[in-house]
Ligand binder design. Sequence first.
Ligand code: NAD
Ligand code: LMR
Length: 332
Amino acid sequence: MAKNPLRVLVTGAAGQIGYALVPMIARGIMLGPEQPVILHMLDIQPAAEALNGVKMELVDAAFPLLKGVVASTDAVEACTGVNVAVMVGGFPRKEGMERKDVMSKNVSIYKSQASALEKHAAKDCKVLVVANPANTNALILKEFAPSIPQKNITCLTRLDHNRALGQISERLSVQVSDVKNVIIWGNHSSTQYPDVNHATVKTQAGEKPVRELVKDDEWLNSTFITTVQQRGAAIIKARKLSSALSAASSACDHIRDWVCGTSEGAWVSMGVYSDGSYNTPAGLIYSFPVTCRNGEWTIVQGLKIDEFSRKKLDLTAQELSEEKSLAYSCLS
Ligand code: NAD
Ligand code: LMR
């Protein structure tokens, strides 16, 4: 029997991530090839004409799974009845700007859109915040949408996770799909900790630890980490725009795994509301390794954290605590 369409909101849909993301959703890359969708696209009034152009292109592409398009500059109309909300809208970081510079511009947007989602989205709506500062925007959204279950509000660190997989695959000249169980801990920022201590590669001789195959702890503990941490900035330097196709693709990965489940024996990284696991401060949106089943994520427990990692987990937690304070000061 044909499935009922799910309503998927993309905010900032006239922007560059939005332009890469909406055709992926309409093609079934986010929710699967059997799942019809109705796209809800929100942007601001100055982008209304461009947004309408995106709507025209979606119609022109004749996507079989796409059962309707709502393009609006009204948050209430855009949020009404949505099952999945991908929050991309906001002010992007430009070359030379620190992420904290965009904080005040974005937290007030997330406060008001939280209210629209709280009142008008489906009660079990799953929310993914992409716009930076992603963790803290998600936290603000959670605070101002108290009736949405806190487990339903997440932020995107899957792009960093995928970047880490990509770096290991390039270094070892192996298929990226054979590398698994890297972890991004903490903030989607340059303090994030890309951790390979539990990562493995599928080889003809079975699964081998990444550290055993790379045989270069110096590279893994320095260049690898900084490359992943700085990748967003490197893309901005090269493109004069922040990453878009990889961000859109990773957003699809995040929602697909959350809704459809992670593969057996594998985990992914998601920014989720911390319960204090791994001695991180509770009450932050912090990136952890998670597995997903039946539409729910669970933090992977019991991984050994060495002294080197401990310091890095604490450093990124400290930045997130500072961002939280700054965000609240911007709102008062
Ligand atoms: P962009 O400037 O091309 O698009 C942003 C869009 O948001 C624009 O169309 C703008 O009009 C719209 N917008 C602004 N205020 C809005 C509001 N109040 N409501 C709805 N829409 C609004 O930017 P982009 O390159 O698409 O990036 C979007 C965001 O994603 C940025 O914050 C960027 O830093 C972030 N980002 C995050 C990741 C990640 O991995 N978490 C990766 C890449 C980019
Ligand atoms: C990225 O990781 O590519 C972006 O978050 C960079 C940015 O700051 O927009």
